[in-house]
Design a protein around this ligand. Structure first.
Ligand code: GDP
Ligand code: IMO
Ligand code: MG
Length: 415
């Protein structure tokens, strides 16, 4: 059996949570492989809103087992808070002992560095993601498994502070008090110790037992540390390949890959966004799409579908199909623009350059439509909306397998 993948192919917030939740009904296991509580997935089930950050969206399917893999940076504080939304998850949630800890001082470092960068700030979520991954790569991080021995972990964290005192002084971050730190770590062990295990074995066993596994991406391809709009990116591998290292899978374990895209584009935080629309149309997209972040509440920047970036992302991830989300948000626009190429150094190009800072979009205009909201069959969509979907398939060279027409699980067209 192979593991299927859900991956964001824009700048995050494409609607991954809705699709994972919907598909989770058909899977035995849902796994997160990268990122941390910078992710925010909003899911509506029977009129109830769930906000998920670390726990895989499969948690809303009582039959699915949820795994947080080694590639994640985990904030114990955040996951404990998130677990309060659910009954006891023992036996339904497994957290890798090899995942890295994202502790409160990581967020302080993140926020202090952003302040020091001033105008060049990345616009991070301030959740400590970059500093936690930096510690991992620097080989000075602390792993989730160490939570099972709080006294030892407490001493290694204090050593870490002693070694980095000069840097912490500049950032005005105090060394934690020993007794308070130990009690905090003991609290984490008590509340989440039962979920910590070697998840590589859990996932391998599930594959051997022919279980159906879904890998849930966080963030999006344009935020990938290698392939996104560096340095305005997150600190993990958000592409399909990252799901392998983040769970201990090999490329042959990967099955179907579904790329999640909005019918337009958004981005939170700073950095290049060629098809951004800062006119009234962009404001209207934000309003109709309720484009406010699940994690930070920040208004998302809005713009038009970027076919060049999507084609690139589809190729990078090996997308077998796209799920086209939030088509209903385009309802009522007379005209809809799509970025089909870039102007770059006086040239028109149809590929993604390594630096997106200096490109301007070349648009093609499509006819708008009145209403797609709530449609559940392709034939129920207005002809102009059908033509828009077909054009996206052609421009991205990827089949559209699903179309979403409202936040509700049921308002989804399967092609
Ligand atoms: P994720 O991070 O990729 O899981 O996406 P978010 O949850 O951050 O943002 C997507 C938002 O769009 C959520 O508030 C969803 O409830 C909402 N949403 C998902 N699909 C649709 C859709 O087809 N139409 C509309 N109007 N909203 C949608
Ligand atoms: P989901 O999973 C949208 C963005 C931040 C910032 C950059 C770096 O909900 O799609 P970080 O805190 O990761 O160091 O911030 O990445 N970012 C996201 N944008 N959706 C997300 O997750 C994001 N996670 C991080 O806004 O620009
Ligand atoms: Mg989100």
């Amino acid at each position: 059996m192979r593991a299927d993948v859900i991956v964001g192919v824009q700048w995050g917030d494409e609607g991954k949570g809705k699709i994972v939740d919907m598909l989770a009904q058909r899977y035995d296991m849902v796994c997160r492989s990268q990122g941390g509580h910078n992710a925010g997935h909003t899911i509506w089930v029977d009129g109830i809103r769930y906000a998920l950050h670390l726990i895989p969206s499969g948690v809303l399917n009582p039959k699915a087992i949820n795994v947080i893999g080694n590639g994640v940076v985990l904030s114990p504080e955040s996951i404990i808070e998130e677990m309060r939304q659910f009954d006891n998850l023992e036996g339904r949630l497994f957290i890798s002992d090899k995942a890295h800890l994202n502790l409160p001082y990581h967020a302080l470092i993140d926020q202090a560095r952003e302040r020091l960068k001033g105008a060049k700030a990345i616009g991070t979520t301030g959740k400590g993601i970059g500093p936690a991954y930096s510690d991992k790569i620097n080989r000075v991080g602390h792993r989730v498994g160490e939570l099972l021995h709080p006294m030892q972990l407490c001493e290694t964290i204090l050593d870490y502070f002693a070694q980095n005192r000069d840097i912490f002084d500049v950032l005005h971050i105090p060394t934690p008090d020993r007794a308070a730190l130990l009690s905090e770590l003991e609290g984490y062990k008590a509340q989440m110790g039962c979920y910590i295990t070697n998840t590589t074995n859990v996932v391998w066993k599930a594959l051997d037992d022919e279980k159906r596994i879904l890998l849930e991406g966080a963030q999006g391809t344009m935020l990938d540390i290698d392939h996104g709009t560096y340095p305005y990116v997150t600190s993990s591998s958000t592409v399909t390949a990252g799901a392998c290292t983040g769970l201990g899978l090999n490329p042959k374990d990967i099955g179907k890959v579904t790329g999640i895209v909005k019918a337009y584009c958004t981005r939170v935080g700073n950095g290049p966004f060629p098809s951004e629309d800062t006119t009234e149309a962009g404001v209207r997209l934000g309003k109709q799409g309720h484009e406010f972040g699940t994690t930070t509440g920040r208004a998302r920047r809005c713009g038009w579908f970027d076919a060049v970036a999507c084609r690139y992302a589809s190729r990078l991830n090996g997308c077998d199909e796209l799920a086209l989300m939030k088509l209903d948000v385009l309802d009522g626009f007379d005209e809809i623009k799509v970025c089909v190429a870039y102007q770059c150094n006086g040239e028109v190009i149809d590929y993604l350059p390594s630096n997106l800072e200096d490109v301007t979009p070349v648009y093609e205009t499509f006819q708008g439509w009145e209403k797609s909201e709530g449609a559940r069959h392709f034939g129920d969509l207005p002809p102009a909306a059908q033509a828009y979907v077909k054009a996206i398939e052609e421009m991205t060279q990827t089949k559209v397998g699903m179309i979403s027409t409202s936040p509700d699980r049921n308002d989804t067209i399967l092609m």
